[in-house]
Write a protein that binds this ligand. Structure first.
Ligand SMILES: Nc1nc2c(ncn2[C@@H]2O[C@H](COP(=O)(O)OP(=O)(O)OP(=O)(O)O)[C@@H](O)[C@H]2O)c(=O)[nH]1
Ligand SMILES: [Mg+2]
Length: 199
């Protein structure tokens, strides 16, 4: 099924950030983990979000309005990319931090992308701890499942499940094959649709 997505806003600088009135779910994770690829996969389009094998491709905050959810998916710049300048890394982390500050009320949750081939990384743990401390719901998604060995995926799935203690079990996903996207849609609907019942 192809879902309709529209790129509505791109933000490069702190002073462009403002509280947004509409509901949103952010997509966060280390650089190159597959955030933009997941947006394209969910949208059923190849070139909606720019992707590249070179890390650091997404340098702005991009809002995609998802018509069927009546909410935005927000593609955040990746963190932890060692090869760009310290100044640039600091700029991105400030941008992401401010994004959460300004949009806390309307952010219904965060899809945290984690590489299914790697054990939990320090920066991933920092992000999940930061979000949990704020009571922000997390949809944990282990990416690139098509590239990971069976034992590797199983082990990392179990580790993340124990670490996060989240009501949502981590989802194994591949933007290449589309595996796991059904479960991601289901989690998004659960997070977004019962807004009026929850508040
Ligand atoms: N095999 C495979 N490759 C993937 C998958 N997801 C992403 N990739 C590849 O990983 C690379 C990075 O993907 P992006 O989607 O640009 O990653 P990103 O997290 O948006 O990266 P930044 O914008 O730098 O933060 C690209 O070469 C993608 O083709 C996947 O599920 N399977
Ligand atoms: Mg990207």
């Amino acid at each position: 099924m192809t879902e309709a997505f529209t790129l509505t806003k791109t933000i490069y600088e702190l002073d462009q950030l403002a509280g947004d009135p509409s509901n949103q779910v952010a997509i966060a994770g280390r650089s190159n983990v597959g955030k933009s690829s997941l947006i394209n996969c969910l949208a059923g389009r190849k070139k909606l979000a720019k992707i590249s094998s070179t890390p650091g491709k997404t340098r702005s905050i991009n809002y995609y309005w998802v018509h069927c959810l009546e909410a935005s998916l927000v593609d955040l710049p990746g963190y932890g990319y060692a090869k760009c300048s310290k100044k640039e890394r600091e700029k991105w982390s400030r941008l992401v931090e401010k994004y959460f500050q300004f949009n806390k009320q309307v952010t219904r949750g965060v899809i945290v992308l984690l590489d299914s081939r790697l054990p939990p990384q320090k920066l991933d743990l920092e992000l999940t701890t930061f979000l949990s401390a704020q009571g922000m719901p997390i949809i944990p998604v282990l990416t690139k499942a098509d590239k990971a060995k069976m034992a590797q995926k199983g082990k990392n799935l179990k580790l993340w499940s124990e670490l996060l203690q989240s009501p949502r079990a981590p989802i194994l996903c591949s933007s290449k094959t589309g595996a796991g996207t059904g479960a991601i849609w289901e989690s998004l609907r659960q997070l977004l649709l019962p807004v009026s019942e929850e508040r």
